[in-house]
Write a new protein. Sequence first.
Length: 68
Amino acid sequence: MTGLDPKRLVTLRAAEKLVGRSRRTLLAWQENGMPTELLGGTRHVRVCDLLDWQRTKGRRHGRARDTL
């Protein structure tokens, strides 16, 4: 992710690829307070907000693959 401007807005589809999570997960994060913006009918999130949310609230608790 080097080279990305942290203030840059990306679509949720691009955000899925950046953090390796599903659209369903990102929509749940949005429902739980992750800041997003609606631009031209498409939902966007700032890279810095996305990475902060993943680091602080986006953990996969209780999954076997995360306990290795």
